[in-house]
Design a protein around this ligand. Structure first.
Ligand SMILES: [Mn+2]
Length: 342
């Protein structure tokens, strides 16, 4: 049952000891949202710990290390930015009293649930909640919330970016968020290792259906060679979206157990959520994910087949047979067709 922000604010005042749980493979939004909420609750005398199956990525430690974790007793669980129990990893089975999220089809069972589907970032909701509780927002909270907003809206460029996203940004700027520093650090500069990994990904790309379908692969050995951890490559799945003709882009990432995680991006009227749902996944309209039991090359073939069907449905005129040539760079399209390059 979805409650109102006001009701959530009232209920959050009732308990004393909170465990705020973020999702597996944490990103900026879940980290920023969880820590900002923790700081807010601590500021009114609650004890709080932020928990997650996976550790906080290195990129965010400079912010999170400054927040003390309280000792936990008689815990009341809050899930933040997680759409399903599976996304909570080792904390999936805990009894959740609160659930705050912005994904479609949220399936977490909680006594008090507030899900604002397709809002730009979960941190937009957290700011509303902190304000509804009449807790003063400190610059530290504002920094967490702004970082979350910048990361989940990809700097205000995603489909879900709305007037509320900009209003949240403006409010956080007034509340003391380091807009320049956070934007630059998290959304502009890149490490040498990141550049290297993007080069590997670029070389792995398959273009088909006239460049409308693009798939790429990131292998574990690519990460190792580039010298970057899997937890530090947030946003890499949007790389394929930068190609102007892309209607569907899939980034297949090899998982340690040999399976593949297929992050899917779409543009226009095509739903990434629907494409991933075919394989038991989901997410947002233009960004979703599914996991296949197959190794990456095989997973790519399966995803390409699924995507072709969606593309054909959307655009019956598109020439998109499974034999259509792939080439690894649009620059080569004019003269050289290199289907055997991969
Ligand atoms: Mn999010």
């Amino acid at each position: 049952m979805n409650t109102t922000i006001q009701e959530m604010a009232e209920k959050l005042r009732l308990y004393d000891n909170y465990a705020i749980v973020y999702h597996i493979r944490p990103d900026g939004d879940c980290i920023g949202s969880a820590y900002a909420l923790a700081l807010a609750l601590k500021s009114i005398g609650k004890t709080c710990a932020v928990l997650g199956s996976d550790p906080v990525p290195m990129a965010y430690r400079y912010m999170t290390d400054a927040v003390s974790q309280d000792n936990l007793r008689n815990l009341v669980y809050i899930s933040v930015d997680a759409m399903s129990p599976q996304r909570l990893g080792i904390y999936a089975e805990r009894p959740y009293t609160f659930c705050i999220d912005h994904h479609r089809n949220n399936s977490i069972d909680a006594a008090y649930k507030y899900v604002e589907e397709d809002c730009g970032a979960c941190s937009e909701i957290i700011l509303k909640l902190i304000r509804a509780m009449e807790i003063p927002v400190t610059p530290q909270m504002a920094n967490f919330l702004y970082m979350a907003l910048v990361m989940d809206t990809r700097c205000f460029q995603t489909y879900d970016t709305s007037a509320q996203s900009f209003e949240t940004a403006a409010a956080l700027a007034r509340l003391g968020a380091d807009v320049y520093g956070i934007g630059r650090r998290h959304a502009f500069i890149k490490s040498e290792a990141r550049f290297k990994l993007e080069e590997f990904l670029q070389k792995s790309l398959h273009f088909s259906c006239g460049g409308k379908l693009i798939t790429g692969i990131i292998l574990l050995k690519d990460l190792e060679t580039a010298g970057i951890a899997d937890s530090e490559i947030e946003g890499i799945n949007s790389y394929v979206e930068q190609y102007a003709d892309m209607k569907i882009g899939v980034t297949v990432r090899e998982l340690p157990d040999g399976r593949s995680r297929c992050s899917t991006r779409t543009s226009g009227n095509l739903s990434a959520n629907d494409i991933c749902a075919v394989h038991g996944g989901g997410g947002h309209f233009h960004a979703a994910v599914c996991e296949l039991p197959d190794p990456p090359e095989r997973a790519r073939i399966i995803m390409e087949e699924t995507c072709r069907q969606f593309l054909k449905e959307e655009e019956p005129s598109v020439s998109c047979s499974s034999e259509s040539a792939s080439y690894n760079s649009p620059l080569r399209r004019a003269g050289c067709r290199c289907p055997d390059i991969h």
